[in-house]
Design a protein around this ligand. Structure first.
Ligand SMILES: *Cc1c(COP(=O)(O)O)cnc(C)c1O
Length: 390
Protein backbone atom coordinates (compact mmCIF):
# COMPACT_ATOMS: atom_id res chain seq x y z
CA UNK A 1 0.00 0.00 0.00
CA UNK A 2 1.41 3.42 -0.89
CA UNK A 3 1.49 6.02 1.86
CA UNK A 4 -1.81 7.97 1.97
CA UNK A 5 -1.65 11.60 0.92
CA UNK A 6 -2.97 13.89 3.64
CA UNK A 7 -4.46 16.53 1.39
CA UNK A 8 -6.20 13.87 -0.70
CA UNK A 9 -7.72 12.46 2.47
CA UNK A 10 -8.92 15.91 3.48
CA UNK A 11 -10.44 16.39 0.04
CA UNK A 12 -12.29 13.07 0.44
CA UNK A 13 -13.69 14.16 3.84
CA UNK A 14 -14.76 17.43 2.31
CA UNK A 15 -16.47 15.66 -0.58
CA UNK A 16 -18.40 13.45 1.87
CA UNK A 17 -19.60 16.49 3.74
CA UNK A 18 -20.61 18.22 0.53
CA UNK A 19 -22.47 15.09 -0.61
CA UNK A 20 -24.38 15.11 2.69
CA UNK A 21 -25.26 18.74 1.95
CA UNK A 22 -23.54 19.80 5.17
CA UNK A 23 -20.60 21.80 3.87
CA UNK A 24 -19.96 25.07 5.68
CA UNK A 25 -19.65 28.23 3.66
CA UNK A 26 -17.47 31.22 4.49
CA UNK A 27 -19.10 34.53 3.62
CA UNK A 28 -17.71 38.06 3.85
CA UNK A 29 -19.53 40.91 5.55
CA UNK A 30 -18.42 44.02 3.66
CA UNK A 31 -19.91 46.61 6.02
CA UNK A 32 -21.35 46.60 9.53
CA UNK A 33 -23.22 49.30 11.39
CA UNK A 34 -24.25 47.71 14.63
CA UNK A 35 -26.48 44.79 13.71
CA UNK A 36 -26.97 45.98 10.12
CA UNK A 37 -24.55 44.00 7.98
CA UNK A 38 -23.93 43.94 4.23
CA UNK A 39 -23.65 40.44 2.81
CA UNK A 40 -23.41 39.68 -0.92
CA UNK A 41 -24.44 43.25 -1.63
CA UNK A 42 -27.62 43.06 0.49
CA UNK A 43 -28.29 44.88 3.74
CA UNK A 44 -29.46 42.49 6.44
CA UNK A 45 -30.46 42.84 10.07
CA UNK A 46 -28.39 40.33 12.02
CA UNK A 47 -29.94 38.02 14.59
CA UNK A 48 -26.69 36.09 14.86
CA UNK A 49 -24.40 38.38 16.82
CA UNK A 50 -22.93 37.60 20.24
CA UNK A 51 -22.74 41.35 20.88
CA UNK A 52 -25.59 40.89 23.36
CA UNK A 53 -25.36 44.35 24.89
CA UNK A 54 -24.66 46.28 21.68
CA UNK A 55 -21.20 47.45 22.71
CA UNK A 56 -18.94 46.31 19.86
CA UNK A 57 -19.26 49.67 18.09
CA UNK A 58 -19.79 51.87 21.13
CA UNK A 59 -17.88 55.15 20.60
CA UNK A 60 -16.46 55.00 24.14
CA UNK A 61 -14.83 51.64 23.42
CA UNK A 62 -13.50 52.89 20.10
CA UNK A 63 -12.05 56.00 21.79
CA UNK A 64 -10.33 53.88 24.45
CA UNK A 65 -8.90 51.63 21.74
CA UNK A 66 -7.61 54.59 19.72
CA UNK A 67 -6.04 56.49 22.58
CA UNK A 68 -4.28 53.40 23.94
CA UNK A 69 -3.06 52.54 20.44
CA UNK A 70 -1.50 56.01 20.37
CA UNK A 71 0.40 55.23 23.60
CA UNK A 72 1.22 51.54 23.17
CA UNK A 73 0.90 50.88 19.43
CA UNK A 74 -1.18 48.20 17.76
CA UNK A 75 0.65 45.02 18.70
CA UNK A 76 1.88 43.90 22.12
CA UNK A 77 5.15 42.98 20.33
CA UNK A 78 5.86 39.92 22.51
CA UNK A 79 4.45 37.25 24.79
CA UNK A 80 3.35 38.30 28.28
CA UNK A 81 6.46 36.86 29.96
CA UNK A 82 8.85 38.52 27.50
CA UNK A 83 7.90 42.18 27.73
CA UNK A 84 4.45 41.98 26.10
CA UNK A 85 2.53 42.37 29.39
CA UNK A 86 1.53 46.04 29.34
CA UNK A 87 -0.22 48.25 31.87
CA UNK A 88 -3.67 47.91 30.19
CA UNK A 89 -3.38 44.11 30.55
CA UNK A 90 -2.57 44.39 34.24
CA UNK A 91 -5.41 46.89 34.78
CA UNK A 92 -7.89 44.68 32.94
CA UNK A 93 -6.91 41.62 35.00
CA UNK A 94 -7.37 43.58 38.22
CA UNK A 95 -10.71 44.94 37.04
CA UNK A 96 -12.05 41.50 36.04
CA UNK A 97 -10.99 39.98 39.38
CA UNK A 98 -12.64 42.77 41.35
CA UNK A 99 -15.86 42.73 39.26
CA UNK A 100 -16.30 38.97 39.43
CA UNK A 101 -15.11 38.49 43.02
CA UNK A 102 -12.06 36.33 42.39
CA UNK A 103 -8.56 36.73 43.86
CA UNK A 104 -6.90 36.84 40.44
CA UNK A 105 -7.52 36.85 36.68
CA UNK A 106 -5.24 35.90 33.80
CA UNK A 107 -5.76 37.05 30.21
CA UNK A 108 -5.63 34.67 27.27
CA UNK A 109 -5.83 35.62 23.60
CA UNK A 110 -9.10 33.74 23.00
CA UNK A 111 -11.59 31.61 24.90
CA UNK A 112 -10.54 28.63 22.82
CA UNK A 113 -6.98 29.07 24.08
CA UNK A 114 -8.05 29.78 27.66
CA UNK A 115 -10.00 26.54 27.95
CA UNK A 116 -7.28 24.51 26.29
CA UNK A 117 -4.72 26.33 28.42
CA UNK A 118 -6.35 25.67 31.76
CA UNK A 119 -7.45 22.06 31.12
CA UNK A 120 -4.15 20.95 29.60
CA UNK A 121 -2.32 22.57 32.51
CA UNK A 122 -4.41 21.15 35.37
CA UNK A 123 -4.98 17.65 34.00
CA UNK A 124 -2.56 14.88 33.11
CA UNK A 125 -2.70 11.27 31.96
CA UNK A 126 -4.57 9.06 34.43
CA UNK A 127 -6.88 11.86 35.57
CA UNK A 128 -10.58 11.90 34.78
CA UNK A 129 -12.39 14.82 33.15
CA UNK A 130 -16.18 14.72 33.31
CA UNK A 131 -18.08 17.03 30.95
CA UNK A 132 -21.59 17.80 29.79
CA UNK A 133 -22.10 16.36 26.30
CA UNK A 134 -23.08 19.79 24.94
CA UNK A 135 -19.96 21.58 26.19
CA UNK A 136 -18.06 23.87 23.85
CA UNK A 137 -15.43 22.23 21.62
CA UNK A 138 -12.59 24.01 23.44
CA UNK A 139 -13.38 22.20 26.71
CA UNK A 140 -13.43 18.84 24.96
CA UNK A 141 -10.17 19.56 23.14
CA UNK A 142 -8.45 20.73 26.33
CA UNK A 143 -9.17 17.43 28.06
CA UNK A 144 -7.96 15.52 25.00
CA UNK A 145 -4.75 17.51 24.82
CA UNK A 146 -4.09 16.74 28.49
CA UNK A 147 -4.52 13.04 27.71
CA UNK A 148 -6.97 12.71 30.59
CA UNK A 149 -9.80 10.17 30.44
CA UNK A 150 -12.72 12.17 29.02
CA UNK A 151 -16.21 11.11 30.09
CA UNK A 152 -19.18 12.99 28.65
CA UNK A 153 -22.51 12.78 30.42
CA UNK A 154 -25.89 13.28 28.70
CA UNK A 155 -26.88 16.94 28.73
CA UNK A 156 -27.70 18.20 32.26
CA UNK A 157 -27.80 14.64 33.68
CA UNK A 158 -26.28 15.22 37.14
CA UNK A 159 -26.80 11.60 38.22
CA UNK A 160 -24.75 10.44 35.23
CA UNK A 161 -22.05 12.97 36.09
CA UNK A 162 -21.94 11.58 39.64
CA UNK A 163 -21.65 7.99 38.37
CA UNK A 164 -18.82 8.97 36.07
CA UNK A 165 -16.90 10.62 38.89
CA UNK A 166 -17.55 7.70 41.24
CA UNK A 167 -16.35 5.18 38.65
CA UNK A 168 -12.82 6.54 39.14
CA UNK A 169 -12.65 7.34 42.90
CA UNK A 170 -8.83 7.25 43.04
CA UNK A 171 -8.22 9.55 40.07
CA UNK A 172 -7.74 13.30 40.26
CA UNK A 173 -10.95 14.70 38.75
CA UNK A 174 -12.18 17.84 37.03
CA UNK A 175 -15.78 18.55 36.04
CA UNK A 176 -16.20 21.16 33.29
CA UNK A 177 -19.43 22.74 32.10
CA UNK A 178 -20.65 25.60 29.98
CA UNK A 179 -22.73 27.88 32.19
CA UNK A 180 -24.96 28.83 29.24
CA UNK A 181 -24.95 26.25 26.46
CA UNK A 182 -24.01 28.03 23.26
CA UNK A 183 -26.28 26.21 20.81
CA UNK A 184 -29.27 25.69 23.13
CA UNK A 185 -29.24 28.78 25.35
CA UNK A 186 -30.21 26.94 28.53
CA UNK A 187 -28.04 27.10 31.63
CA UNK A 188 -26.30 24.52 33.79
CA UNK A 189 -27.43 23.99 37.39
CA UNK A 190 -24.21 25.38 38.79
CA UNK A 191 -25.24 25.02 42.45
CA UNK A 192 -25.85 21.30 42.00
CA UNK A 193 -22.64 20.86 40.03
CA UNK A 194 -20.75 22.69 42.78
CA UNK A 195 -22.28 20.49 45.49
CA UNK A 196 -21.41 17.37 43.51
CA UNK A 197 -17.83 18.56 43.07
CA UNK A 198 -17.54 19.27 46.79
CA UNK A 199 -18.75 15.77 47.71
CA UNK A 200 -16.61 13.76 45.28
CA UNK A 201 -14.31 15.83 45.47
CA UNK A 202 -13.55 17.24 42.03
CA UNK A 203 -12.43 20.62 40.73
CA UNK A 204 -15.23 22.56 39.01
CA UNK A 205 -14.46 24.61 35.91
CA UNK A 206 -17.25 26.80 34.53
CA UNK A 207 -17.17 28.43 31.07
CA UNK A 208 -19.35 31.55 31.18
CA UNK A 209 -18.76 32.82 27.64
CA UNK A 210 -22.45 33.62 27.17
CA UNK A 211 -23.40 34.65 30.72
CA UNK A 212 -20.85 37.36 31.40
CA UNK A 213 -22.34 40.83 31.07
CA UNK A 214 -25.81 39.46 30.42
CA UNK A 215 -26.76 37.70 33.65
CA UNK A 216 -26.55 38.67 37.30
CA UNK A 217 -26.27 41.94 39.12
CA UNK A 218 -23.93 44.36 37.29
CA UNK A 219 -23.62 41.67 34.62
CA UNK A 220 -21.39 39.54 36.82
CA UNK A 221 -22.57 36.45 34.96
CA UNK A 222 -23.92 33.00 35.68
CA UNK A 223 -21.95 32.31 38.88
CA UNK A 224 -23.29 35.42 40.60
CA UNK A 225 -26.77 34.98 39.07
CA UNK A 226 -27.01 31.53 40.66
CA UNK A 227 -25.89 32.87 44.05
CA UNK A 228 -22.43 31.29 43.92
CA UNK A 229 -18.92 32.61 44.31
CA UNK A 230 -15.26 31.74 43.87
CA UNK A 231 -15.56 29.23 46.71
CA UNK A 232 -18.05 27.03 44.84
CA UNK A 233 -16.68 27.71 41.36
CA UNK A 234 -12.90 27.76 41.83
CA UNK A 235 -12.06 27.99 38.11
CA UNK A 236 -14.03 30.37 35.90
CA UNK A 237 -13.39 31.08 32.22
CA UNK A 238 -14.94 34.16 30.61
CA UNK A 239 -14.65 35.47 27.08
CA UNK A 240 -14.45 39.12 26.11
CA UNK A 241 -15.62 38.80 22.50
CA UNK A 242 -19.30 38.35 23.28
CA UNK A 243 -21.30 40.66 25.56
CA UNK A 244 -18.23 42.82 26.27
CA UNK A 245 -17.99 43.54 22.56
CA UNK A 246 -14.20 43.25 22.29
CA UNK A 247 -11.89 40.22 22.07
CA UNK A 248 -9.94 37.86 24.30
CA UNK A 249 -10.62 35.77 27.37
CA UNK A 250 -9.64 35.35 30.99
CA UNK A 251 -9.37 32.62 33.57
CA UNK A 252 -10.29 33.56 37.14
CA UNK A 253 -9.28 31.71 40.25
CA UNK A 254 -7.00 31.59 43.26
CA UNK A 255 -3.54 33.11 43.30
CA UNK A 256 -2.11 29.58 43.30
CA UNK A 257 -4.06 28.67 40.16
CA UNK A 258 -3.08 31.82 38.28
CA UNK A 259 0.58 31.59 39.27
CA UNK A 260 0.58 27.95 38.15
CA UNK A 261 -0.92 28.86 34.78
CA UNK A 262 1.74 31.52 34.28
CA UNK A 263 4.40 28.84 34.86
CA UNK A 264 2.92 25.92 32.96
CA UNK A 265 0.08 26.87 30.60
CA UNK A 266 1.53 26.62 27.12
CA UNK A 267 -1.28 28.52 25.31
CA UNK A 268 -0.55 31.38 27.75
CA UNK A 269 3.23 31.27 27.51
CA UNK A 270 3.94 30.63 23.86
CA UNK A 271 1.85 33.26 22.17
CA UNK A 272 1.83 37.01 21.60
CA UNK A 273 -0.05 38.98 24.24
CA UNK A 274 -3.42 40.48 23.28
CA UNK A 275 -3.07 43.99 21.80
CA UNK A 276 -2.96 46.38 24.79
CA UNK A 277 -5.43 48.75 23.10
CA UNK A 278 -7.98 45.93 23.09
CA UNK A 279 -7.43 45.45 26.81
CA UNK A 280 -8.11 49.16 27.32
CA UNK A 281 -11.31 48.93 25.26
CA UNK A 282 -12.43 45.98 27.38
CA UNK A 283 -11.69 47.90 30.55
CA UNK A 284 -13.98 50.66 29.28
CA UNK A 285 -16.59 48.07 28.33
CA UNK A 286 -16.64 46.61 31.85
CA UNK A 287 -17.48 49.96 33.39
CA UNK A 288 -20.36 50.42 30.90
CA UNK A 289 -21.62 46.86 31.42
CA UNK A 290 -21.69 47.33 35.19
CA UNK A 291 -23.37 50.73 35.13
CA UNK A 292 -25.86 50.55 32.23
CA UNK A 293 -28.44 48.21 33.67
CA UNK A 294 -30.93 49.35 31.01
CA UNK A 295 -29.15 47.20 28.44
CA UNK A 296 -29.88 44.01 30.41
CA UNK A 297 -33.41 45.22 31.17
CA UNK A 298 -34.17 45.88 27.49
CA UNK A 299 -32.69 42.52 26.51
CA UNK A 300 -34.99 40.79 29.00
CA UNK A 301 -37.98 42.54 27.42
CA UNK A 302 -36.86 41.43 23.94
CA UNK A 303 -36.37 37.82 25.07
CA UNK A 304 -39.83 37.72 26.61
CA UNK A 305 -41.40 39.29 23.49
CA UNK A 306 -39.60 36.91 21.13
CA UNK A 307 -40.57 33.83 23.12
CA UNK A 308 -44.21 34.70 23.53
CA UNK A 309 -44.70 35.65 19.86
CA UNK A 310 -42.68 32.70 18.54
CA UNK A 311 -44.69 30.28 20.65
CA UNK A 312 -47.92 31.91 19.51
CA UNK A 313 -47.11 31.05 15.87
CA UNK A 314 -46.17 27.49 16.81
CA UNK A 315 -42.37 27.60 16.59
CA UNK A 316 -40.39 25.07 18.61
CA UNK A 317 -38.25 26.98 21.09
CA UNK A 318 -35.80 25.56 23.59
CA UNK A 319 -35.79 25.98 27.38
CA UNK A 320 -33.77 29.17 27.25
CA UNK A 321 -34.09 32.38 29.24
CA UNK A 322 -30.98 33.88 27.62
CA UNK A 323 -30.45 35.91 24.42
CA UNK A 324 -29.71 32.61 22.63
CA UNK A 325 -33.14 31.57 21.32
CA UNK A 326 -32.81 28.64 18.90
CA UNK A 327 -35.75 27.51 16.81
CA UNK A 328 -35.63 23.75 16.50
CA UNK A 329 -36.27 22.56 12.94
CA UNK A 330 -34.75 19.06 12.87
CA UNK A 331 -33.99 18.46 9.19
CA UNK A 332 -30.85 20.24 7.99
CA UNK A 333 -32.19 21.01 4.51
CA UNK A 334 -35.30 22.53 5.96
CA UNK A 335 -33.27 24.67 8.38
CA UNK A 336 -31.20 25.95 5.43
CA UNK A 337 -34.36 26.74 3.47
CA UNK A 338 -35.78 28.76 6.37
CA UNK A 339 -32.50 30.61 6.76
CA UNK A 340 -32.47 31.48 3.04
CA UNK A 341 -36.04 32.66 3.15
CA UNK A 342 -35.29 34.91 6.11
CA UNK A 343 -32.32 36.30 4.24
CA UNK A 344 -34.52 37.12 1.27
CA UNK A 345 -36.71 39.04 3.74
CA UNK A 346 -33.70 40.98 5.07
CA UNK A 347 -32.72 38.99 8.17
CA UNK A 348 -29.48 37.15 8.85
CA UNK A 349 -30.26 34.04 10.95
CA UNK A 350 -27.84 31.20 10.21
CA UNK A 351 -28.86 27.55 10.35
CA UNK A 352 -26.82 25.40 12.74
CA UNK A 353 -26.44 21.83 11.50
CA UNK A 354 -24.63 18.63 12.51
CA UNK A 355 -21.90 18.06 13.54
CA UNK A 356 -22.16 21.31 15.52
CA UNK A 357 -25.49 20.03 16.91
CA UNK A 358 -26.73 16.40 17.16
CA UNK A 359 -28.22 14.60 14.14
CA UNK A 360 -31.78 15.66 13.31
CA UNK A 361 -31.46 18.67 15.61
CA UNK A 362 -30.72 21.37 13.04
CA UNK A 363 -31.96 24.74 14.14
CA UNK A 364 -32.02 28.43 13.43
CA UNK A 365 -29.93 30.06 16.11
CA UNK A 366 -31.53 33.42 16.85
CA UNK A 367 -29.55 35.68 19.16
CA UNK A 368 -30.99 38.87 20.54
CA UNK A 369 -29.09 42.03 21.42
CA UNK A 370 -29.90 45.14 23.40
CA UNK A 371 -29.43 46.97 20.08
CA UNK A 372 -32.57 45.36 18.66
CA UNK A 373 -35.87 47.19 18.97
CA UNK A 374 -39.20 45.57 19.78
CA UNK A 375 -40.35 46.44 16.26
CA UNK A 376 -37.37 44.57 14.79
CA UNK A 377 -38.18 41.48 16.85
CA UNK A 378 -41.79 41.69 15.67
CA UNK A 379 -40.64 41.97 12.05
CA UNK A 380 -38.48 38.86 12.48
CA UNK A 381 -41.46 36.98 13.89
CA UNK A 382 -43.54 37.94 10.86
CA UNK A 383 -40.83 36.67 8.52
CA UNK A 384 -40.61 33.45 10.53
CA UNK A 385 -44.35 32.99 10.27
CA UNK A 386 -44.09 33.25 6.48
CA UNK A 387 -41.12 30.84 6.38
CA UNK A 388 -42.91 28.28 8.53
CA UNK A 389 -46.01 28.46 6.35
CA UNK A 390 -44.01 27.92 3.15
C1 LIG B 1 -17.34 31.46 22.12
C2 LIG B 1 -17.06 30.42 23.13
C3 LIG B 1 -15.75 30.07 23.48
C4 LIG B 1 -14.56 30.58 22.73
O1 LIG B 1 -14.28 31.90 22.96
P1 LIG B 1 -13.45 32.72 21.88
O2 LIG B 1 -12.91 33.88 22.63
O3 LIG B 1 -14.41 33.09 20.80
O4 LIG B 1 -12.36 31.80 21.39
C5 LIG B 1 -15.57 29.21 24.54
N1 LIG B 1 -16.63 28.66 25.19
C6 LIG B 1 -17.90 28.93 24.83
C7 LIG B 1 -19.03 28.30 25.57
C8 LIG B 1 -18.16 29.81 23.79
O5 LIG B 1 -19.40 30.06 23.41
Amino acid sequence: MPRPNLTDRLIAHHAERTAADLARRLRTVTAATGLRIRLDGRDLLSFASNDYLGLAQDPRLIAALQSTANDFGVGATAAHLLGGHRRPHQQLEASLAEWLGYPRALLFSTGMMANIGVLSCLLQRGDVCVQDRLNHASLIDGARLADAELLRYPHADLAAARRQLQARPQAAALLASDAVFSMDGDHAALGELAALCQREPATLLVDDAHGLGVLGEQGRGSVAAQGLSATEVPVLMVTLGKALGTFGAAVLGSTALIEGLIQFSRPYIYTTALPPALAAATLQSISIVRAETWRRDHLAVLIERFRSRAQAIGLRLMASATPIQPILIGDSGRAMAWSQQLEAAGFYVPAIRPPTVPDNAARLRVTLSASHSLAEVDALIEALARASAA
